[in-house]
Design a protein around this ligand. Sequence first.
Ligand code: FMN
Length: 189
Amino acid sequence: MARQHPAPTDHEIELDPAKYIVSKTDDKGRITYANEYFTQVCGYSERELLGAPHSIIRHPDMPKAVFFLLWEHIQNGKNISAVVKNLTKNGDYYWVVTDFEIRYYPDSDEIYEYIAFRHFVPKKVRKEVEKLYARMLELEKADGMDASVAYLNAFLEKQGMDYNAFIDHLAKPKGLAAKLFGRMKKMFD
Ligand SMILES: Cc1cc2nc3c(=O)[nH]c(=O)nc-3n(C[C@H](O)[C@H](O)[C@H](O)COP(=O)(O)O)c2cc1C
């Protein structure tokens, strides 16, 4: 039976800029690990998360095109910095910027897991991305995903960047925050 998603509320959860939400999934996107901050923020227990598809926290305000882009990158072994609005168990929401690590079977090019590292997004960035995603979602509802992909491509062309560069430019941790992020990622080596 399809999982019932909670009705979204207007309440935003403010993330702690010093903490990271970390999860691992198998090659299909089923959750195999969730750190404690993930369970705290999304409201699901570790037991509820393990084995569930990552879409358990999918927010209806997110355009499909962003996930299409995300999977297109990671399935081809390429990292992507994606800004995502997520839905908690009680319908609240939180914004994150996500970075991926892709793991392969030894001596193979077959992927066995993905690790997602997520971090707080400044309000200014959220506002900018929110406007872009709202327009993409409108187009998706009216004309399907191709229309929103075309809109995103035209938007990025105007900025002179691809999606990754656009998000890095807006939201990627810089300076000391970037150093701390690097150190935290190493803990999962
Ligand atoms: C490692 C990893 C982390 C992901 N994190 C999220 C996430 O935080 N929020 C989300 O909505 N989808 C996330 N996804 C994408 C989901 O797998 C899925 O594509 C998305 O929720 C859209 O679901 P749908 O295709 O069923 O509509 C992640 C996927 C992977 C592989």
